[in-house]
Design a protein around this ligand. Structure first.
Ligand SMILES: [Cu+2]
Length: 146
């Protein structure tokens, strides 16, 4: 279905459709009442090589792209200035890997609720998604039936 709709859009707006990035299954973990930081995860792809250059959300004062790396047996999180997207390749942000860090949360993230998040790209138009909040220890997005 997605391929077909891309084809239709490409016919109508050849330049535009070619570079539009896609964000799928955005989710976040619910946070403890006093927590000031949280993580958000999703799958990002683009039909053309692109980069995620920034992320913003009204629920946090600062939003950063992070990578989880092991240094001398210790897991650390490092900010990533830009996340590379190879043409047609999906990049999955997940716990223990790339993730979006929400810092300075204005309110706890409550399971069952959702919040908006906007991703900016080097080439694609920005993409705004609704991030679903899952259980605190969730390992992945639940299937939401709409
Ligand atoms: Cu982090």
């Amino acid at each position: 279905m997605r391929l077909i709709s891309f084809a239709v859009v490409a016919l109508l707006f050849p330049g535009l459709a070619a570079a539009q990035a896609v964000v799928e299954a955005p989710w976040a973990r619910a946070t403890a009442p006093m927590a000031k930081a949280g993580g958000a995860f999703m799958t990002i792809s683009s039909p053309m090589a692109d980069q995620v250059t920034g992320v913003a959300s009204p629920v946090a004062e600062m939003v950063e792209l992070h990578q989880t790396v092991e240094q001398a047996g210790v897991m650390k999180m490092l900010p990533v200035p830009a996340l590379d997207l190879a043409a047609g390749q999906k990049v999955t942000l997940k716990p223990g890997g790339y993730h979006i860090m929400l810092m300075g949360l204005k309110a706890p993230l409550k399971q069952g609720e959702s919040f908006p998040m906007t991703l900016n790209f080097a080439h694609s138009k920005p993409v705004t998604v609704q991030v679903q909040i899952e259980a605190p220890g969730a390992a992945g997005p639940m299937m939401h039936m709409h």
